[in-house]
Design a protein around this ligand. Structure first.
Ligand SMILES: Cc1cc2nc3c(=O)[nH]c(=O)nc-3n(C[C@H](O)[C@H](O)[C@H](O)COP(=O)(O)O)c2cc1C
Length: 167
């Protein structure tokens, strides 16, 4: 069975809830709070999932923000990575799920192979730094306004990630 590690940062618990939901869809995965992570944890898996909510007008969640400099000690070469992000498309329509874009840029810079881009269809927002070439760089989840969509979005995304990662 493929080894999957899910790293999340979550202030009010929403991203943690989605991380657990994603774990259930994979069947088996290790879920790690990034507040407790070290660069050495980014090893030994077939797939790495990184999940962050967005705070403070487009910034990484605070535990990811604290960990971010340590990502320069991680060599993502040969590693397959997918990103998910929580945000509020109504309250923060101009910076919706920006944290995904920040993580995406860092993983690309460190040599990682990204899978799991996600269409923007069905989302209503003004702007997001996580949209590249017309798609989100990962799964966007809005628990504040569209929690009824979360299960369906997670299910579809996990299937897409599995296919693209060859799992
Ligand atoms: C003060 C504050 C700032 C926020 N800033 C953003 C933002 O810039 N962009 C966004 O998409 N969501 C923003 N959000 C929404 C959160 O990302 C959203 O509520 C998320 O589900 C929180 O997840 P967590 O509990 O895992 O941290 C903000 C929420 C608060 C309360």
């Amino acid at each position: 069975m493929a080894t999957v590690k899910i790293f999340y940062g979550s202030t009010d618990g929403n991203t943690e809830t989605v991380a657990e939901m994603i774990k259930d869809k994979f069947g088996e995965a290790e879920v790690i709070n990034v507040a407790d992570a070290s660069p050495a944890d980014f090893d030994g898996a077939d797939l790495y999932l990184l999940g962050s909510s967005t705070w403070e007008d487009g910034q990484l969640q605070e535990d990811w923000d604290a960990f971010f400099p340590e990502m320069d000690d991680i060599d993502f070469t040969g590693k397959t990575v997918a990103i998910f992000g929580l945000g509020d498309a109504e309250g923060f329509s101009g910076e919706f799920v920006n944290a995904m874009g920040t993580l995406f840029d860092k993983v690309v810079e460190r040599g990682g192979k990204l899978v799991g881009s996600w269409p923007t269809d069905g989302y209503v927002f003004e702007h997001s730094n996580s949209v590249r070439d017309g798609s989100f760089v990962g799964l966007a989840i809005d628990e504040d306004n569209e929690s009824d969509m979360t299960e369906e979005r997670v299910t579809g995304w996990v299937e897409k990630v599995k296919t693209e990662a060859g799992l």
